[in-house]
Ligand binder design. Sequence first.
Ligand SMILES: Nc1ncnc2c1ncn2[C@@H]1O[C@H](COP(=O)(O)OP(=O)(O)OP(=O)(O)O)[C@@H](O)[C@H]1O
Length: 261
Amino acid sequence: MRPASAADAVNEPRGPILQLAGVTKRFGGLVVLDGLSLTLPRGAMQCILGPNGCGKTTLFNVVTGEFAPDGGEVRLGGRNVAGLSPYRISRLGVARKFQVPGVYPELSVAENIEIPLAAGAGRYGPLSLLGYRPDPVRRDRLLDLCGLAGKAGDKVGEIAHGEKQRLEIAMLVARDAELILLDEPTAGMSGAETSAVASLIRRLRDEEGKSILVIEHDMNFVRQLECPIVVMVRGKIVAEGRYEEVSRDPRVIESYLGKRH
Ligand SMILES: Nc1ncnc2c1ncn2[C@@H]1O[C@H](COP(=O)(O)OP(=O)(O)OP(=O)(O)O)[C@@H](O)[C@H]1O
């Protein structure tokens, strides 16, 4: 039996997975998050849109514990985690993808999935690894999800950029994260690669029940995510809605779609 841990708070089945209430973050005199509030229901996906410098990455940093907020609450599964260290928040089931793929280039695609599968099993401490057995069924399911089943034996350093990005997203799922934070996951990708990532992320929500927050600038990708969008300006959420509504917002047209839209 694993020890009772803070993860139980995240595993609490009712209520939102993530709730930010009046979160403030300052750097010296610069107010980057300005009483920001946001709620992500369990098993849902939301996309965060906002101009450069509005505080999107800082928001992720506050959720993952990189920065303690100066005020407000960050609730994961109902528990206020503001000020907890990143490793504790990670153990609560939060995983984050940065723009650059974080994969092991010298290992095979399948090995890249096997490592976080073992790490996920060890999330409750080294003792929980004692009974760990590799799970090829789960590994193959994740390879299928990210569209790399046919490349299981390929060296990761030699697969395409878009494939590395999809592999890393599958690795976050392999380590049993419940809340997944994706920071511009399609940066530098072609249209076809972008569509493949959108399809993967929708499947994580629909088939794996993951809760997902995505920061993105590419409106074509945002449309394909088919999820609610929040618009952030100067550290606050100023609008929210589906793509069709948000894409009529003058601030979104100005920043993302061009004035002639
Ligand atoms: N550690 C830090 N120390 C000081 N200022 C910071 C720090 N991190 C971020 N900032 C400032 O906070 C503001 C918001 O930065 P942030 O990276 O959160 O914006 P963003 O919306 O993610 O921008 P982009 O879309 O360009 O990535 C910027 O003015 C940035 O310079």
